[in-house]
Ligand binder design. Structure first.
Ligand code: NAP
Length: 177
């Protein structure tokens, strides 16, 4: 099992202006990359804010949605499971999936970073500035998490850049996607 975080950020390092901001600002090339990666993933994990912002596109995918509104796990359909990661062993829920796509937002990326669960990270830097907003992660961790850069790709002539990292401390059998 491999957990891949997928993020689009502005030049100033923001993933959204606020929790209700949709991701309609990403480039067409990044959307193609994202959809290909999701097609190759077995399940998507998102926080409830991100899920509510993107119910329509996410309803086509198998999703695990983080929320405090359930005690443990609530299976809504074959494609939709709500879970409260505080009260379950997350590994039991995802261990049968080969590729887990972690789609954010900030609170959810942060949970995975704090628990050292991110194996790979794809970051697309889009050439725009919000000037304020949500960062990818929100935790003042004493110890930096080190990642190793695997590749950089220019996605288009506007300058959208796709960076691919792997967690230096994980020995997962990653492959370039
Ligand atoms: N640019 C990008 O690549 C990208 C990617 C993803 C999302 N986004 C954006 O990010 C924004 C949302 O980020 P966000 O940080 O506000 O929200 P989020 O992580 O999407 O969702 C937060 C919600 O998820 C649940 N949750 C998260 N962590 C939990 C935990 N450890 N235990 C229990 N429940 C947990 C809670 O739901 P309940 O309130 O139900 O308890 C919490 O209120 C949106 O604007 C979205 O569009 C951008």
């Amino acid at each position: 099992m491999k957990i891949i975080a997928i993020v689009a950020i502005s030049i100033d390092g923001k993933i959204a202006i606020n929790s209700h901001h949709s991701s309609d600002w990403t480039s067409p090339e990044d959307k193609i990359f994202l959809h290909n990666l999701l097609d190759n993933s077995n399940v998507v994990i998102v926080g409830n804010n991100t899920y509510k912002n993107a119910i329509k596109p996410l309803s086509k995918r198998k999703c695990i949605v983080f929320t405090n509104s359930v005690d443990t796990i609530l299976k809504k359909s074959d494609n939709l499971v709500y879970c409260n990661p505080q009260n379950i062993k997350l590994s039991d829920l995802i261990r049968d999936y080969e590729i887990v796509a972690l789609l954010g937002g900030t609170q959810t990326y942060t949970y995975f970073l704090k628990n050292n669960l991110i194996d790979e990270l794809f970051i697309t830097i889009e050439p725009l500035i919000f000037g304020k907003g949500l960062s990818i992660f929100d935790c003042a961790d004493e110890k930096p998490n080190r990642f190793q850069l695997l590749s950089v790709k220019k996605l288009n002539n506007s300058g959208s850049l796709l960076l691919h990292y792997k967690n230096e401390n994980h020995s997962a059998n990653f492959k370039k996607l």
